[in-house]
Structure formats: C-alpha cells, structure tokens
Ligand binder design. Structure first.
Ligand code: FAD
Length: 366
C-alpha cells in the first residue's frame, strides 16, 4: 500500500493546478490520472475552441484567463487566442513536465473509504493508497448527463470527436447553452440544417453573468450561423426521445417531431462522484462544501474544479475555479504544519477568491 499526505485525483487543469500549489508549499503528494494528462481536452470535438480568450498579459497582473498558475500562459505556450482542446492538452502536458509534477497515468480510482480516525483508503486499478488528504478533481467532460428520458439513444456532445463525422443533412440539437450552440455552429458550417431546442432559450439571456449568459465568442458565432438561414432556435422542451426502427421521435407538449438521425444531446455533464459513495452530501446534484471547499461529510476531502459552487454561483470556468486552489492548499498546508506563505503569490496576482461575499458574480453595469 502506498502512503502519501495528499492525493489528488484527476490530471486536468483542476488537479494539476492544485498540484502546482501543493508543490509551492513543499507538501508530499501524488496525482492519479486514469488516462493521460489533459485527456478530457484531447477528446474535445476537433472543431471546438475555448470561449474564454487567452492573452499573455501576466506582467500587468492580468493573468491569462486559461492559465492554471500565476507564471504561465497558454496564449504564450500555444500561440492561440481560442485554443482547441488538443492544444490546451499540450499546455497541460508541458506544465506537468516542466514543473515535474508527480502524475501517475493510467491509474483509475474505483472506490474511496474514509478511515475511522483520519484519512482515506483509495482503491485503484493499480492497488491501494492511503492518504491523509484527498482532493477530488475529476471534472465533468467524461461524465455525460442525459436529462431527457430516452436521450441516451442520441449522440451526446461529449462523444463527438469531430462534427465532420456526424451523418445526415438535417440535425436536431437538444440544449441551447454553450455546447449546444457550439454543436449547431459547427454543423451549420458544414452545410447542414440545424434546429436547436431548449425550453430556457439561453440565447435570449442577458444576465451579465458569464456562468449564465452565452459568451461573446458564442454570440458572434451564433449570429453567423443565423445569417446562413440554416439554423432555427426553438424555445420548447423536448420531453422524451423514442428510438423507432429507422428514425427517432422527439415528443413535446403538442405532439412529436420525426427525425432520421440520432439527436445531438447537449444537456450537460455530470460529476464523476460515484467512487466516493456518500462522502459528499449532494444537494440538487451539487456537493455541499464548507467555505474551504471541503466536504461537509468527510473531513480531509476537498473538491477542485467546475463542480465547486458557492452562493448560487458555479465556478465552472478555469479562471473561476483556479482562484480556489490556494484556498484548498492553504487549509491543507496549515493542517500539515507547513509554511503556506509561498502561496501569497496567488493573492498578489489576483488568483485567490476567499471572500465569498464580495466574490464571485460579475454582473456588469453596462
Ligand atoms: C466543450 C467545452 C468547452 C469549454 N470551454 C471552456 C472555456 O472556454 N473556458 C473555460 O474556462 N472552461 C471551459 N470549459 C470548462 C472546462 O473545460 C472544464 O471546467 C475543465 O475541463 C475542468 O477541468 P478539470 O480538471 O476539473 O476536469 P478534466 O479536464 O475533465 O480533468 C479531470 C481528469 O480526471 C480524470 N479522472 C476522472 N475520473 C477519474 C478517476 N476515477 N480516477 C482517476 N482519474 C480520473 C480524467 O481522466 C481527467 O483527465 C469547457 C467545457 C467543455 C465541455
């Protein structure tokens, strides 16, 4: 059995970002990754681009929105303003290599047990680990969510490798938020006719909060797709999908629509919490967290990444959840009796969101 003080699960931006902060305070830690560093990004559809722009303005304390540490910038590493998934995976790999992060690839965590006094037993595909602190950073992308009954017969966004491989001239997309509009835009670009259904019509929202509204990059592309006259946006709920021989029926309140191809399912992503059993208390699908992103059920278990949620605000973008890395690592460092002052660089560079009252919604005045 391998023993460590801190075990991080997942080598995406969340797990690596926490790892970089742990390294700064000299903690003894390891990172377990079931595939490879940056795997979720490597599996994005080939055409998908970051909606948050990258720019290396770090010297002016405006850290690249997609960076996971104060001293790096994907814009600089990749030379792309809206990186593709494959490019961003290269940035993550470069970081893991450059900073010599202790990542074990091909090791899947299958079950976690809380120990009676303190710490966790972590069962993996490569044996048993014992750790005092566990940071859960498994992301969302690899866990497709099917909210519409029967929609698992459709094609989930997370399973598409390239929109050019999707068959048929007419497509239906279920869900009109970021991934749904991204799918629609890329399909329209390929000359297809596309209908997007969403009862909330996210394309109408004007909240001024980036977790709720479509990104400017998406609005621009949406407008181009609408100009083509091949895109129709429908504010309506599809209530059930029925797979028939040779076609699909999409049931709604007033009848059904028949389509020849599987609908594209863009209804979001789950959270990969199964190996933890009930170590997080789930409230409406969200893990309940302390002010330090620790589980309210299991002392020593922390969450990092897009499922972090406070005061009704999801920390779903990298620039949001990275600001919680020093909060988690400071807490762990203090309990381990380590000097956490090396983390001050995160505060100086604006990468530390610990005042949850003042933070973290960004409604604009105009
Ligand atoms: C299409 C799309 C576009 C997006 N665009 C943007 C954007 O423009 N800007 C932005 O800020 N955010 C964007 N996001 C959100 C952002 O990509 C995610 O929030 C981010 O990937 C989360 O990082 P993560 O490290 O938590 O998860 P991931 O990158 O998914 O990393 C988690 C890792 O954990 C591993 N893992 C999972 N389960 C286990 C297990 N049991 N044992 C061991 N390892 C495991 C996985 O293999 C994976 O490598 C986008 C998301 C999507 C889906």
């Amino acid at each position: 059995m391998e023993q460590t003080e801190v075990l991080v699960v997942g080598a995406g931006p969340a797990g690596l970002g926490v790892g970089l902060a742990l390294k700064k305070i000299g903690a003894q830690f390891g990172i377990l990754e079931r595939h490879k560093v940056g795997y979720s990004f490597a599996r994005w559809p080939a055409e998908t681009r970051f909606i948050t722009p990258s720019f290396n303005a770090n010297a002016f304390n405006l850290i690249d929105l997609n960076a996971i540490s104060p001293d790096t910038s994907p814009a600089y590493t990749l030379g792309q303003e809206h990186p593709s998934g494959k490019a961003y995976a290269r940035y993550l790999k470069a970081l893991a290599r450059h900073f010599e992060l202790p990542v074990a690839e091909g090791v899947e965590v299958v079950r976690v047990e809380a120990q009676a006094q303190e710490g966790f037993l972590v069962h993996t595909s490569d044996g048993l680990f014992q750790t005092r602190f566990l940071v859960w950073a498994v992301g969302e992308f690899q866990f497709p969510k099917y909210t519409i009954p029967g929609s698992d017969s459709g094609l989930h966004y997370g399973k598409v490798r390239s929109w050019s491989k999707v068959q048929g001239d007419k497509q239906v997309v279920l869900g009109g938020y970021e991934s749904g509009i991204d799918a629609a835009y890329n399909l329209v670009l390929l000359g297809k006719e596309v209908m997007v259904f969403d009862p909330q019509a996210p394309w109408l929202r004007q909240e001024g909060e980036p977790s709720v509204d479509l990104a400017p990059f998406t609005y621009e592309r949406l407008q181009r797709a609408l100009d083509s006259k091949r895109l129709t946006l429908v504010q309506m709920a599809i209530e059930q999908i029925e797979k028939r021989r040779g076609h699909f029926l999409l049931h709604h309140a007033e009848g059904a629509i028949q389509v020849p191809h599987p609908p594209i399912v863009a209804t979001g992503f789950g959270g990969g919490f199964e190996p933890l059993g009930s170590l997080f208390e789930m409230v409406k699908g969200q893990p309940r967290l302390t002010e330090k992103d620790e589980s309210t059920q299991a002392s020593g278990l922390f969450l990092a990444g897009p499922k972090v949620h406070h005061r009704g605000t999801p920390f779903c973008f990298i620039y949001k959840f990275r600001a919680r890395f020093p909060v988690v690592v400071e807490e762990i460092g203090q309990r381990l009796g380590l000097d956490t002052t090396p983390l001050e660089v995160y505060r100086k560079r604006g990468l530390w969101a610990d005042d949850l009252e003042a933070c973290c919604t960004s409604r604009c005045a105009c």
